[in-house]
Design a protein around this ligand. Structure first.
Ligand code: NDP
Ligand code: 2IT
Length: 449
């Protein structure tokens, strides 16, 4: 089994995040491989770690001063065994092929867990939308789509948002796709409501993550009521995580961006969250400004040389990492445990390093891995695709009920698979096994393709 990891490392030695994602899955699915020798002879692991297709392209665009910029665009079409490639686009300077392969790999199993017919993919660019004007972002999105449009389609590959790609970017991308393909179709999800978007899609990842946390707590006869919660990030996922936490009677006390974090001991309430949402989504400001508006809150700038993140070093009951990968290292994980955290629910993709996950497992923390806990976003993307195909729109209530049902089902599936394969209560092992079996069986049915 380590053979597969060695193979992956030998082929692409620099793709650190991809190795990490593969290692986690490969370790979890050992008992499945042992019970199903046909998986080994069909080389399912070797096939799963090799993207079906990778598209990499040049994106040339001009800024407001007339200067020319060259970025790199990608789409990793990882696996289409159970449906069209589906997954977000990330615009962030750190984007490279290894990061997108890790995200696409995770997406394959996540999408399998949603119960909806979606394969896995991920794409993006090393373009940094931070500090760019709306017209610069529009020109970049148009240049990006000028190449991507020929590779995607509503039955082929359906991108959506991720870090740095929200409603504004999806609008510009969709406009250019429509112009080039000469068709109005559900080729992207996360669209605005009045031109094909779904109610609850903006909220879905955060809400879904909190629904998943509530399901985990219910297994210990507990609820989120009055729980103190650490949240990281201040983007789409973090904002709607806090919104649902407040609605369910919990108290979020932290959030962050890459420059630093806020600790608001009294808790972020509805009014403060409204302020934060306007600050981030409309003014595109920094979280630091929250402490200027609410002096009882403390702002701590990020220290790039620190060996841990002080955000995770506060007394709390629950933690919702919702910013980016590897944002909880082993020391952070130990601090969370020492400070009484009993639940960690991953809104972000792969936010905890492997040693950190081990610390959670050893300490019997309720640990919801990203591919299960944050699957609400792509689930409602799937529901957006359904509504687009039917040419109708469901009500807020209808979509929210379906989201709740899906998160309930994912939670149950993880627990059942974990139990069946000898790791009761281990959501990570359960998620990996359940996603893996569904995808692999579909691959075997479809032959050597
Ligand atoms: P946004 O771009 O809306 O927000 C990202 C937030 O995380 C920002 O506050 C950003 O700060 C911070 N952040 C990003 N990169 C870093 C970094 N390298 N170091 C520190 N902080 C960072 O993205 P989303 O909220 O959509 O995504 C957050 C996470 O959730 C990601 O892991 C994403 O893959 C995952 N996810 C998103 C889904 C969705 O539907 N959007 C669905 C499922 C998972 P700054 O502004 O300073 O960069
Ligand atoms: O990581 C993710 O699941 C997303 N960024 C959402 C993908 C989607 O297609 O909605």
């Amino acid at each position: 089994m380590t053979d597969i990891l060695q193979l992956v490392k030998a082929k692409d030695p620099n793709e650190r995040e991809f190795h990490q994602a593969v290692m986690e899955v490969v370790e979890s699915i050992k008992p499945v491989m042992d019970r199903n020798p046909e998986y080994r002879s069909a080389k399912v692991l070797e096939r799963l770690v090799e993207p079906e297709r990778v598209i990499m392209f040049r994106v040339v665009w001009m800024d407001d001063q007339g200067r020319v910029h060259v970025n790199r665009g990608f789409r990793v079409e990882m696996n289409s065994a159970i449906g069209p490639y589906k997954g977000g686009l990330r615009f962030h300077p750190s984007v490279n092929l290894g990061i997108l392969k890790f995200l696409a790999f995770e997406q394959v199993f996540k999408n399998a867990l949603t119960t909806l017919p979606m394969g896995g993919g991920k794409g993006g660019s090393d373009f940094d939308p931070k500090g760019k004007s709306d017209t610069e972002v529009m020109r970049f999105c148009q240049a990006f789509m000028a190449e991507l449009f020929r590779h995607i389609g509503p039955n082929t590959d359906v991108p959506a948002g991720d870090i740095g790609v929200g409603a504004r970017e999806i609008g510009f991308l969709f406009g250019m796709y429509k112009k080039l393909a000469n068709e109005f179709t559900g080729v992207l999800t996360g669209k605005s409501l009045n031109w094909g978007g779904s109610l609850i899609r903006p909220e879905a990842t955060g809400y879904g993550s909190v629904y998943f946390a509530a399901e985990m707590l219910a297994t210990a006869n507990q609820s989120l009521e009055a729980k103190t919660c650490l949240v990281s990030g201040a983007g789409n996922v973090a904002q709607y995580t806090m919104e649902k936490l407040i609605e369910m009677g919990a108290k979020p006390v932290t959030f962050s961006d890459s420059s630093g974090y806020i600790y608001d001991e009294k808790g972020v309430d509805r009014d403060k969250l409204d302020y934060l949402m306007e600050l981030k989504n409309i003014k595109r400001g920094r979280v630091k400004e929250y402490a200027e508006k609410y002096p009882e809150a403390v702002y701590t700038p990020a220290d790039p040389n620190a060996d841990h993140n002080p955000l995770w070093d506060h007394k709390a009951d629950c933690a919702f990492p919702s910013a980016t990968q590897n944002e909880i290292n082993a020391k952070d994980a130990q601090n969370l445990v020492n400070n009484g955290v009993q639940l960690v629910c991953e809104g972000a993709n792969m936010p905890t390093v492997p040693d950190g996950i081990e610390i959670f497992t050893e300490n019997k923390i309720l640990y919801g891995p990203g591919k299960a806990a944050n699957a609400g976003g792509v689930s409602v993307s799937g529901l957006e695709m359904t509504q687009n195909s039917m040419r109708l729109s469901w009500t807020r209530q209808e979509v929210d009920n379906r989201l709740k049902m899906i998160m309930h089902s994912i939670h149950k599936t993880c627990l059942e698979a974990a139990e069946q394969y000898g790791h009761p209560g281990n959501y990570m092992v359960g998620a990996n096994i359940a996603g893996f079996i569904k995808v692999v069986n579909a691959m075997l049915d479809q032959g050597l393709v």
